[in-house]
Design a protein around this ligand. Structure first.
Ligand SMILES: [Zn+2]
Length: 74
């Protein structure tokens, strides 16, 4: 009863992958979204692979990033 098998939490997986893979969880992406968008606006040549890979693969976060960009550029 005190040894229930549980799948790795998203946070645990994320921690494992953090240094070696650009994969971000949506929570991590969301945490960094403000900064990311500001950095992109300040320096369009800036590359943030982790964010870019996540946004490419995650419609919800991409939409969020787009909305934020619109907000900051309008
Ligand atoms: Zn996401």
């Amino acid at each position: 009863m005190n040894h229930r098998h549980r799948p790795l939490s998203a946070a645990a997986v994320d921690g494992l992958l953090l240094d070696t893979s650009p994969y971000l969880s949506c929570d991590d992406c969301f945490d960094r979204l403000d900064t990311y968008v500001e950095q992109i606006l300040a320096d369009p040549s800036r590359v943030d692979v982790a964010m870019q890979v996540h946004l490419k693969g995650c419609g919800a976060c991409a939409e969020e990033a787009e909305a934020l960009l619109d907000l900051l550029t309008s």
